[in-house]
Design a protein around this ligand. Structure first.
Ligand SMILES: Cc1cc2nc3c(=O)[nH]c(=O)nc-3n(C[C@H](O)[C@H](O)[C@H](O)COP(=O)(O)O)c2cc1C
Length: 348
């Protein structure tokens, strides 16, 4: 066990999780946290015309306001995603709204898209320059009624479309009432058609929930193909609480569950997507990644790129380079020489 797991994490886990989040973020913004990045030529790839130094990125929700975009490379990430950003600034739900479930290696959150809004994010992004590729993740403001959702996304898009390497449309947070309904075929067609039109040719992905029936996933595949969306981010947090070991007082907190309990659900979604989507459509796999084997597994199931949130909170600053080292070691053991060769190998 390293310094983080044996000393820092036990200390940090005694404090309120959102407080620790802000403390860690403050250190990061000041450039005070860093780890040894792990580089290997076999991890580099070009996806959707974007050059990625490695396939492992920070998932949306940690850098909601695009504050630390000059720092993520120092922790070994190959890319990151800022947001979710909404048209209007909003405070999110009342605290507490983030809970640790260590017995399940999981978190429950009901932040509810706390963020400073699209205009503030645009100002911040205009003044900074990331050495890594990054995505801009957009959601719907709480004050905007569901029937006006498209206008909210399009207003954010107008302010933010010139920043970052790709845009992610988030229709899968469980913490904005009704948002997941936008995953239904008719509203999703409408929304993604409008966004595709406004965005032009920049890479566009849609982020979906792990709680979709196979038939609903097939509908999403149809929509992706029809609207010319470039790929899918699978998945967001789950509403399921099946199989948890944590006491009910914790596991029954409202919100989205992330971490180890989401891994299989996300992998099931990825497996179906890879089987049904044309090969040129990109999948970013996310959910329950804690180590290099988990990254390996998602790429073997057909992902081009992989993201992490909860596993990084549990693993600490050296998590990403450690996982990448494990990924390359596993590829060596299995006689696999490129990410392209690994991708989808578990499906054939
Ligand atoms: C505290 C927290 C906040 C999150 N906020 C967002 C968000 O704002 N937008 C989003 O698309 N996903 C958000 N997510 C979901 C993650 O990006 C990711 O899809 C999910 O947690 C599964 O990955 P993990 O098991 O590695 O955490 C959040 C997750 C957590 C734990």
């Amino acid at each position: 066990m390293g310094f983080y797991e044996s000393i820092l994490r036990p200390l940090a886990f005694r404090l309120d999780p959102e407080t620790v989040h802000h403390l860690a973020f403050g250190l990061l913004e000041r450039g005070l946290i860093r780890s040894q990045a792990f580089t290997d030529l076999r991890l580099e790839q070009t996806v959707l015309g974007i050059r990625f130094p490695n396939p492992f990125g920070l998932a949306a929700g940690f850098d909601k306001d695009a504050r630390a975009i000059n720092h993520w490379h120092k922790l070994g990430f190959g890319f990151f995603e800022v947001g979710t950003i909404t048209q209007h600034a909003q405070p999110g739900n009342p605290k507490p709204r983030l809970f640790r479930l260590p017995a399940d290696r999981a978190l429950i959150n009901r932040f509810g898209f706390n963020n400073e809004g699209a205009e503030a994010a645009a100002k911040r992004l205009a003044g900074s320059n990331s050495p890594l590729p990054f995505g801009v993740n957009l959601g719907k403001s709480k004050v905007t009624p569901l029937e006006k959702a498209n206008d909210d996304y399009l207003a954010s898009l107008a302010l933010l479309k010139d920043f970052g390497s790709y845009v992610a449309i988030n229709v899968s947070s469980p913490n904005t009432p009704g948002l997941r309904g936008l995953q239904d075929k008719a509203p999703l067609l409408d929304l993604l058609h409008a966004v595709r039109g406004a965005l032009g040719s920049k890479p566009l992905l849609v982020k979906i929930a792990p709680d979709l029936e196979p038939s609903a996933l097939t509908d999403i595949v149809d929509v992706v193909i029809q609207t010319g969306v470039d790929g899918v981010i699978a998945t967001n947090t789950t509403l399921s609480r099946a199989g948890l070991k944590s006491p009910e007082s914790l596991s029954q907190e409202q919100g989205g569950l992330s971490g180890a309990p989401v891994r299989e659900k996300a992998n099931d979604v990825i497996r179906q997507l890879r089987t049904e989507l044309p090969t040129e459509k990109v999948i970013i796999g996310v959910g329950g990644v804690f180590n290099g084997d988990d990254v390996y597994e998602k790429i073997a199931l057909g992902c081009h790129l992989v993201q992490v949130y909860t596993g990084w909170i549990y693993g600490g600053p050296s998590m990403v380079p450690t996982a990448l080292r494990q990924l390359v070691a596993r590829m060596n053991r299995e006689g696999i020489y490129s990410l392209g060769e690994l991708r989808g190998s578990a499906l054939s």
